[in-house]
Design a protein around this ligand. Structure first.
Ligand SMILES: [Zn+2]
Ligand SMILES: [Zn+2]
Length: 159
């Protein structure tokens, strides 16, 4: 069942057949404003408004809502904590700086899913989507790296 993206968060939670608890609604609102947050960031972000909501219940909320498609879970290579964002169903991708970990959205490469087709179908009937993670070095880190490598060039050349 598709939820109506124009409905309020509480309404969208109810359309999934779940109770629109304050924890669920606050987590969705927070992730809409702060995409790519971890469960811990959601917890600290909503704790002023909902001081009684535990870290464990935020974990349950983000996992439940991801499983039901209202949130999108992003597992980053080399990062312990999954990030979450509200699911815009636009098949957008992510680009991450390998130095500082900054994560940004990238438009879908093609404009619709799946934007890549595997060379070998491996016996799958239908390819639904492809998630691309671009690994990059951001402008800030590239600038820092430049300063560092020019100061260290002398020593490195002696290897
Ligand atoms: Zn960086
Ligand atoms: Zn994103």
């Amino acid at each position: 069942m598709r939820t109506d993206p124009t409905a309020s968060w509480a309404e969208q939670v109810r359309q999934l057949g779940l109770r629109a608890t304050p924890g669920r609604v606050a987590s969705l609102r927070y992730l809409h404003d702060h995409p790519h947050s971890t469960a811990a960031q959601v917890h600290s972000g909503i704790s002023a408004e909902l001081p009684t909501v535990s870290m464990q219940s935020v974990h349950n909320v983000v996992n439940d809502l991801s499983a039901r498609g209202l949130l999108r879970r992003i597992d980053l290579p080399g990062s312990g904590a999954a990030r979450f964002e509200t699911n815009r169903e636009d098949n957008h991708h992510h680009i991450q700086c390998v130095v500082c970990g900054r994560l940004e959205d990238v438009e879908c490469v093609v404009g619709h899913a799946p934007c890549l087709t595997p060379a070998d179908g491996h016996g799958m009937h239908t390819v639904l989507s492809a998630e691309v993670m671009f690994r990059a070095i951001c402008t800030d880190c590239a600038a820092t790296e430049n300063t560092r490598s020019t100061t260290h060039t002398q020593e490195k050349n002696h290897d």
